[in-house]
Ligand binder design. Sequence first.
Ligand code: DX5
Ligand code: ZN
Length: 254
Amino acid sequence: MTSSTAFDILRESSPVVSVGILTVDLLSLGSELALLERSGVQVVHVDVMDGSFCPMMTVGPPLIKALKTLLLKDVHLMIGEPLNKVAGYVAAGADIITIHPEACSHIHQVLQPMRMKKNVNNPERSLVRGVGLSPGTPLEVLEHLLDELELILIFLAANPGWGGQKFIASARGRVEKAERMIADSGRKKLLGVDGGITRDNIADVAALGVDLIVTGSAVFDSKAAEANARFMLEEARKGDRGQESEVRSQNNST
Ligand code: DX5
Ligand code: ZN
């Protein structure tokens, strides 16, 4: 792997599996991370919830800083008004930070200064700025943000807040629409999906041509995280090889 930015690493390795630790046994987090590293996955996904935008409260910058791992840290901020909070997550070692328009009064104002932030893990790597969309949010919200983001993260399950929810059927069309928007823009972006990914559907989702696939409970809901993560990675690659979509090909040629 020759390129050094997190964006390039993710694009070159697409589809990348990002393992969500929402349902991990937190007391075993260190050893579970070591299992993920051994499985070959490259990214760990941390769901940050504030008890307001999402009913649950989870973790903050100290936990992200405490993750001693070579995996890229994919931080999904499901918190209200993140403007003055993002810096804490950058300082804690985030490689990817995703925010939600539904939770920001002025999302452009949050994204723009993130462009200048240094990645504390490696200044060469820079940050990937993501925008996450809940199922009820129209994709048009992205139209004037495309210059200020590198990753679009489509939520595939019912709504942000919990792991283990069911994939909703309308998600497929939303992914395809996001791919068309990216292709039409002529810009290179990463497209990610989060929520409701299982052993049974990951290959189909990968076949849609997405770059980053978040999966949590499918890896941690039994005591075989390494084998589960490896399985998800293999299935994702199988899906990508098997049925690469036309939209994806257009997208890559821009
Ligand atoms: C939900 C989170 C997801 C979730 C994924 O609000 O954003 O990242 O943890 O978990 P699974 O894969 O169990 O749906
Ligand atoms: Zn998430």
